[in-house]
Write a protein that binds this ligand. Structure first.
Ligand code: NAD
Length: 502
């Protein structure tokens, strides 16, 4: 007799919400089996979450920021205490190896640490004596109810990028996580309750397009933060903005690593192997394109990359020796494999073919072997589009200027890296490259939590980055007060011209 699947429910006002009518499958990518089913919510489920948020948010906003920070401190401690459990859960639905799952949680936790300093960041600005007897001050106030819609590839970090700051500054936050690995976001909401946040301050509603549209159209939701693929990001940006919301929508990526002739090639190969194949390439800051500058660099790099890629160990996500695990679903595996075929058809040289990879004992798992293409050209579709798998493409450049132009002209502009020992070349590159985040001998230049994260071009719609002070700005609105306390000796004259301080 088949055993019933585990149900993954919403977290609305601290409870699972009404029974679902529709469900989505959640896979175990290691075995290929369905391991649970997640509720796919409706506009009615969202209404319940909004009502709970409306109940809770005014008192939360009125709580002094130091008390809200204390909740963040307790949340941080709880995450640290539950790190092992969360990492295993995350890895079991996503497929990334456990050490990488801990990195996912840790990078989110760093935003929570930033949020612990919320009393400081909300202090506002003050000018004494801006005019005769006039002082001006400004304050940042929460928006009210805000929402986040997140992708499958960082089910802990990206929700924490958003709700860590949104809640600390006094909003109520409704999270719609990816339906492919929804369990960790629910645990995060449970731990936030345990940390002392009132019910209704962090809620989780699961779902697909139906729920996303309900969020985008809901008049009480003031802002939407989105991370996912570019077409959906663009859609979310347009529909949310049309409904009068503040929207930031981060999209896909195709990050380049430029290798200058003077680079330390052994270091570069080890950096690129990790950045291209870690998490099976399912990172928006992965490095799937490597650009050696000059023929000699290309030949030497290729010679070193082939054995390094050959030595990569693909295994189940619980294997402590595996460099990377399976990709998230069978559909994603076949999409990656069809891009590999497209690369062959387009005339790129397939140096290492990861298709048909089968792990003994896990033949139905969603594994894709590491793949290397050489002689990829900018006109190829496989170069222009995001593959989001363990596929590294080598595009040869003749000169620094050619290399600089490649990421600059690419439709995506999330991250880029240059490997060199030449400070002048690195400085020129950082100043001129048309991309949002730059690494200099750093293959995955994800900024720390107190700086901000965001790409350019098709990698981000809207003009505010994630976390750091940009996150605070996104989740608050500024109020500016101009005050005068007359001493009773005024003339009573009206001013009919615009007042100036001159
Ligand atoms: P996705 O776009 O498929 O899904 C993201 C979210 O949108 C999910 O919550 C999903 O339920 C929802 N969604 C999916 N289809 C929708 C539709 N038709 N209408 C409305 N909502 C819809 O992305 P994914 O596959 O989960 O994540 C991988 C993508 O995210 C990659 O493109 C990756 O580069 C990108 N990403 C970007 C960043 C960044 O900061 N720029 C970070 C991580 C991931």
């Amino acid at each position: 007799m088949a055993t019933a699947l585990r149900d993954i429910s919403h977290k609305i006002a601290g409870a699972p919400g009404a029974p679902a009518i529709r469900f989505g499958d959640v896979f175990d990518p290691n075995s290929g089996r369905v391991q649970a089913r997640v509720a796919l919510g409706t506009a009615t489920d969202l209404e319940h979450a909004v009502a709970a948020a409306q109940n809770a948010q005014p008192a939360w906003a009125a709580t002094n920021p130091q008390r809200r920070a204390r909740v963040m401190f307790r949340f941080k401690e709880l995450i640290e205490r539950h790190m092992e459990e969360l990492a295993i859960l995350l890895s079991s639905e996503h497929g990334k190896v456990i050490a990488d799952a801990k990195g996912d949680i840790q990078r989110g936790l760093e935003v929570i640490e930033f949020a612990c300093g919320v009393p400081h960041v909300l202090k506002g600005e003050y000018t004494q004596g801006a005019g005769p007897g006039i002082d001006v001050y400004s304050m940042r106030q929460p928006l009210g109810i805000v929402a986040g819609i997140t992708p499958f590839n960082f089910p802990a970090m990206i929700p924490m990028w958003m709700f860590g700051i949104a809640i600390a500054v006094g909003n109520a936050f409704i999270l719609k996580p990816s339906e492919r690995d929804p369990s960790v976001p629910v645990r995060l909401a449970e731990l936030m309750l345990e940390a002392g946040a009132p019910e209704g301050i962090l809620q989780v509603v699961h779902g697909d397009k139906e729920m996303v549209d309900a969020i985008l159209d809901h008049p009480e939701i003031r802002a939407v933060s989105f991370v996912g693929s570019s077409d959906i990001a663009h859609y979310v940006y347009q529909r949310g903005a049309a409904a009068g919301k503040r929207v930031q929508a981060m999209g896909g990526a195709k990050n380049h690593g430029i290798v200058m002739p003077d680079a330390d090639l052994d270091q570069v190969v080890s950096d690129i192997a990790g950045a291209a194949f870690g998490s099976a390439g399912e990172r928006c800051m992965a490095l799937p394109v490597v650009v050696p500058v000059g023929e000699k660099t290309a030949i030497a790099l290729r010679e070193k990359l082939i054995p390094a890629i050959g030595a990569l160990r693909v295994g189940v996500s619980t294997d402590p020796d595996a460099h990377y695990g399976p990709v998230v679903t069978a559909a994603h595996k076949s999409k990656i494999e069809s891009y590999i075929q497209m690369g062959v058809d387009e005339g790129a040289e397939l140096v290492i073919d990861g298709r048909g990879f089968r792990l003994q004992g896990h033949e139905e798992g969603f594994f894709v072997g590491p793949t290397l293409f050489d002689r990829v050209t900018p006109a190829m579709r496989t170069y222009q589009e995001e593959i989001f798998g363990p596929v590294l493409q080598m595009v040869r450049a003749d000169s620094f200027e050619d290399a600089l132009r490649l990421p600059g002209e690419h439709p995506y502009g999330n991250g880029v890296a240059i490997f060199t020992r030449n400070g002048h070349a690195a400085r020129e590159f950082a100043a001129r490259v048309n991309v949002g985040m730059v690494g200099i001998n750093v293959p995955i230049p994800v900024p720390v939590a107190y700086h901000t994260f965001g790409g350019w071009k098709r990698s981000a719609f809207g003009d505010t980055n994630q976390h750091g002070m940009e996150g605070v700005k996104f989740f608050t609105k500024v109020k500016t007060v101009t005050q005068r306390w007359p001493d009773g000796g005024g003339t009573g004259d009206s001013a009919f011209i615009i007042p100036t301080m001159g």
